[in-house]
Design a protein around this ligand. Structure first.
Ligand SMILES: Cc1cc2nc3c(=O)[nH]c(=O)nc-3n(C[C@H](O)[C@H](O)[C@H](O)COP(=O)(O)O)c2cc1C
Length: 200
């Protein structure tokens, strides 16, 4: 499947087939590929919680507007980010790069994020957003379906997954096989309303 088809066919599916299975190897393949998505300074601040435990899924569902997909989708990923990834051995993010780049970028990482909580948080959301789209398109390529989810209590989900203090939850992604056809896309804005040439 080419990228255009994956983008056109991907929908935020509502109902998933609870009997559908995906192998561990397929999950690994999908995540390893999705992790090739870009992050600023290559800090790879995303952290992926693969929620396998059905009881934990049920508890998450209870704080996620009781959305069926939380328990019924084959996979549920809670996409989180480490707000301090920039400070954790940043040299490893550029290991193997030409020395000139290492000398320039490693100090630049520090200068960009240190003492800037808003920038750290914004980066968390950017990275997880890009990762999320890759996961959904890779799922589509496999003939699977997906749904991004932010209809949940973030603090409650954080507690349920033992989120470390210096991490944030960005969104969840359900992946599996849809249990019903999605209705046609609705309410899409025209390009003219969205596109701004040069400046607002
Ligand atoms: C960050 C994000 C959070 C979303 N949260 C939910 C959700 O909690 N439940 C749900 O059913 N759909 C959720 N959606 C799906 C959107 O409603 C859907 O993407 C939008 O209506 C466009 O439909 P389409 O993706 O099928 O084209 C979410 C989408 C995004 C990007």
């Amino acid at each position: 499947m080419n990228v255009s088809t994956a983008i056109q066919e991907r929908r935020a599916e509502k109902m998933f087939d609870p009997a559908f299975t995906i192998s561990e190897q397929q999950v690994t393949d999908l995540l390893v590929k999705a992790m090739l998505s870009p992050t600023a300074f290559n800090i790879q601040n995303w952290r992926i919680v693969n929620v396998k435990d059905p009881a934990l899924r049920q508890r998450i569902r209870e704080v996620a507007w009781n959305q069926d997909k939380v328990t019924d989708a084959t996979l549920l990923f809670v996409l989180c980010a480490d707000l301090n990834a920039w400070a954790k051995e940043p040299a490893r993010y550029w290991a193997g790069a030409p020395q000139m780049y290492q000398d320039m970028l490693i100090p630049a990482i520090d200068a960009y994020y240190r003492d800037k909580p808003q920038v750290q948080r914004d980066e968390a959301m950017r990275s997880c957003g890009l990762l999320a789209m890759s996961i959904m398109l890779l799922a589509q390529e496999q003939g699977w379906h997906s749904c991004p989810i932010d209809g949940f209590d973030f603090d409650a989900v954080g507690k349920l997954i033992n989120l470390p203090d210096d991490h944030v939850v960005s969104l969840m992604i359900a992946v599996g096989s849809r249990a019903q056809e999605s209705f046609p896309r609705t309410g899409k804005l025209s390009l003219a309303e969205v596109l701004v040439e040069n400046s607002f």
